[in-house]
Design a protein around this ligand. Structure first.
Ligand code: SF4
Length: 156
């Protein structure tokens, strides 16, 4: 059975920065019950606590962060780039381990965002872009879908 990597918060794990989750029902729940899903929270895997202050990509984009010239920060200015990159690499390692070619990630997150992220000003403004984990998985040929695209994934 082909496995699918999924953002842990989408399965109800309380790993969000605010201590909450983003539980989804429907197909994800069905696939979870069938044992198809491998959950991971890249930020927690990278060593960040729950709850934690929110962070945004403030310099460059996800490619720049992965190349060592972009920065992820908290609003306080604390640099958390290493934890985000470590988490992305651990998510990729899970994909390699389970021969995963598909992922469902939480839209908008600086780690998991598939098509948009916050703009780095901590003002709630969204811009086109990808989270760091989403970008790293795509670079390695893994098809990444948001929670709003699960139906597209089903068609595959
Ligand atoms: Fe969910 Fe991803 Fe944020 Fe973890 S890093 S809480 S899995 S969106």
């Amino acid at each position: 059975m082909q496995k699918i990597l999924v953002s842990a918060c989408l399965l109800g794990e309380r790993v969000r920065y605010d201590g909450g989750d983003c539980r989804q029902s429907g197909l994800l729940k069905q696939w979870q019950d069938e044992g198809r899903l491998i959950p991971i929270c890249p930020e927690v895997a990278g060593g960040l606590p729950v709850p934690r202050p929110p962070a945004e990509i403030v310099t460059g984009d996800s490619d720049a962060v992965l190349c060592g010239c972009g920065v992820v920060q908290r609003q306080s200015g604390e640099d958390v780039t290493d934890a985000f990159v470590d988490g992305a690499e651990l998510a990729l390692a899970q994909c390699m381990r389970h021969h995963i070619k598909l992922a469902v990630l939480k839209e908008g997150s600086p780690s998991c965002g598939v098509s948009y992220v916050n703009d780095g000003t901590f003002s709630g403004v969204k811009i086109k872009g990808e989270g760091i984990t989403a970008r790293l998985l795509k670079r390695h040929g893994i098809r990444v879908f948001s929670e709003f695209e699960v139906d597209k994934l089903k068609l595959r």
